[in-house]
Design a protein around this ligand. Sequence first.
Ligand SMILES: [Mn+2]
Length: 430
Amino acid sequence: MKYHQIDRHLFIKNRSKFTAQMKPKSVAIFNSNDIYPVSADSTLPFAQHRDIFYLSGIDQEESILLLFPDAPYENQKEILFLKETSELIAIWEGAKLTKEEAFAVSGIKTVYWLQDFEKVLAELMTYSETIYINTNEHYRAKIETETREARFVKWWKEKYPAHAVAKSNLILQRLRSVKESEEIDLIQQACNITELGFRRLLSFVKPNVMEYEIEAELIHEFIRNRSKGFAYTPIIASGNNANVLHYIENNQQCKEGDLILLDVAAEYANYSSDLTRTIPVSGRYSSRQKDVYNAVLRVKNEAAKMLTPGTLWKNYQYEVGKIMTSELLGLGLLDKTDVQNENPDWPAYKKYFMHGTSHHMGLDTHDYGLLYEPMQTNMVFTVEPGIYIPEEGFGIRIEDDVVIQEKGEPFNLMKNIPIEVEEIESLMNS
Ligand SMILES: [Mn+2]
């Protein structure tokens, strides 16, 4: 891992919050992700399943975490099963966690090698009545592959058909959406690395630069600061590419007079950040670009103020829509009759701002969180309004990440990342 080891007390806390929600005499199991093959013997880089990471800090393939708070013996209450390692295996296969290292990372004392899993589980199943399976119920998930977790769930339910089945997902959705202070610090670190990348590209961007050259500047800055890289596929969209919401080709030349929409951010220790800025290729916004930019910025600032404990996501989205509507009227993009005749299911503003304003962010960029429940202190949300105008050849989105506070406005984790027109122009021209 490139990141500094995380204090294991975070994972100890996370486990105790999870087990407090489990039914009596129940076992929960969490699996690592597979390493995905490309072809022949090449593979995609490993990305840990966020749930086993959240509960243990174990960032290694072929790992299993078992939680059994009512186990009859103390050493059965939490168990890790890891890929076997030894000095000899390490020489051939590379270093993997030893049992001592696994304890240091996770705080879990009972660690077995993976080959003992079925035998150890068989005993625990005789003491238990319910199994907690971990299904993926994220509102945006669309999964075509069978994950290691899904494969395991199938096997487990078939092997032990007399056990009742319960869901881990609902517990995790609630727990993971409210961040511990250690987690906020890690997200802040991801944001700080993103800031370094953004400042670096401000002095790099010039007319005729290729979008992928900007991508290369960012990845260089991210990795040299202990990030694994981008938290999500970067969008570096000049001119009208900004009006393709999921443009990820990043292969066009940035032309003088155009804007570049940059939805680019670093991960750190598996925690995301999520930034969008829109900057002028030539270092100066035109007056029209500036007007639209400042309209988006005002919507962002007003929207953020509404992220307070008790707010319902749906009402928030509705209120942001009203603010956006008035800005679009001011820019002459909508007129009064557009608004009077609008379809309440698809209001007029959606012509120029067609996506949501905010999502939870944390271990996943689009993190866990139940959008139908009121917002709470220490939830982390993005705020990312945009105005997209294909007829004028540009699209503008501005995005920050904020933490909901008990009182007052949310804390902006990106408050140091240049955002005002004057600051961006002066940094680009210095
Ligand atoms: Mn976002």
